[in-house]
Design a protein around this ligand. Sequence first.
Ligand SMILES: [Zn+2]
Length: 636
Amino acid sequence: MLRKNILLYFLYIVSSIILLFGLGYTKNWENKDIIVGFIFLGCYIFGTKYRFTSIILLVTFSVLSFYFPTGIIYGKPTEAILIPLIQTNKLEIIGYLMVIKYKIFLSVLFIIIQFFIYQISKKEKHKFKYFIIFAFIFLYIVSLFGISVNHHGINRNAFLKNSIDSWKAIRKQKEEQQVSLGDSSAIKIEGKIDNNDDTEIRVVIIGESVRRDYMSVYGYPHNTTPFLNTSNGIFINGFVSAGPSTVLSLSRMLFKADPKENQILWGINVISLANKSGYETYWISNQGINGWGDDLLFNLSKLASEAHFLKKGNFDSGANDDIEMLPVFSQIINKNQNSKVIFIHMMGSHEPVCKRLGEFKPSFNINSEAGCYAATIEKLDSFIKLITENLKGKKYKLMYFSDHGLSVEKKHSFHDVDLYEEYQVPLFYLDSKEEKHINFNKTISGINLLDIYSSFINVKTNVTNSDYSFKLLDQIQNDPDPIIFWEKYKPISSIQKKQAAITDINAGIILKNVKKLNKNLQLSDNCSGYIEDVEIAFPSNSRIYKIFGWAASNKVKEPLSGTVGSFIISNNKIIFVEGEPGFRPDVQQHFGTPKEKGSYYGIVSYLDKKYIDPQNKIYFGYKNENDNYTICKPYR
Ligand SMILES: [Zn+2]
């Protein structure tokens, strides 16, 4: 009897500690959270005295345990944590599930303990029935919702209270956005800038992940933009994107951003400005329609007279080529004589960049990731050429800009928010009436894009500054330190890291020696590797394969040290191919590893086709300085 009681109390204490840990209290521990531990303990002590309260405990605490994997990694629920959990970006969810695998074990263990407690706790008549039930209800409510009176409270970060508050805040934000998006009442059209403008069609092309320094029209040594090099128009050298990713940037370039108040006036946007000025508006997109950020642009597109999406899912569902937007474009421009503004949202150079090429044949051989990137720029050039050919015989104006840049390495390309070139993007303007090719050195913040756009559609308004105009570029002031948004509004000068464009794109990747192994080899639990894919590295060379993914040490979740690489195990031999460590802030973020531990979780190995056989098993691992090889267990 006594032994059973000791066991029960032990399980109560263990469960309370697991709850503190799993619900994220220990992640950012405050000493007063010890009280919360005692509240959980109290719930068990009083709650297990009767059958129905026992069932309440069993069910609710077991359900809470589904949050443990998230709580252990990120802490108590907040808006910032819930947003990625409810968004539908496929990559994020895969990443999340991979990380969860470890932690889900604790949830399972916890649920087993709850059943055990339910089974062995005695439920019988007690003298102080009402007191016990009242105490349970009180502690139970405090454990989930906390209490706060004036400015004092217990368990103010209670799980359900926090979750509900964050959820409400997110909903409110989204609803406000949707409502205010359609409310263009703040816009007053004050008239035309040029009364003699007889342009029939205006095209706004929104580029994706295009860096200015890879375009020959801006000085890249390879001829990646043969059409644009000699096109008549205005090319601005110095445009700085408003942010480092599609949504952060476009929400501040296509909508009116107010950096001083740190808010975005959703109702003032590119479509509403054109609609109010009497244009027919069209949105053609090769990007997705759901997903947290895609959502915003989808809602914006609904304000247009007509919207066409090639993709039916999120941004990476299916692989439509940008070229497929052309028939839709062609049909729109020949529809009627009304003045039109047509938006084209490209997939452009979105990573994985080699996949973006599709059927496109670049004018040079591709033997590296940087080569693929340069080829996507050449593909963009041909896309714009095709657009202008469609427009032949019509009076048109066309403007193009990219949402942000990309970090491009010989073997790898990815978002790097701390990289200067992530923000250095093209902005140019073509005009059927323009007779010169003009290059302009002028630094302009992406935040001013809406001003430039309103001049482009020839309207003066109360919410835009018509000094920003392709026609008046020589008059507007150079913005010495343009503002960007990453975590907060800040000047571009705060971004120090630079990366020159890779120019030896014809040079191939030098394949590392493949080493045959038979000794000094161990399979280890100390690290885990995840192979994302094994595929042809570059479209124009089917002999070179790449194996890519990431690996981490198991205990501390840090990147591997030593020489990383891939092990290929076939029937009769084991080989090791040295790989390149890759920058993977996404993996670091999912593990919640501190920044100083580094983000080089990625591994990419290049090797000849002859080593790739579907029968072979592939693992990641490393070699130490004594030439001892360690194969990491796979995440599976
Ligand atoms: Zn983008």
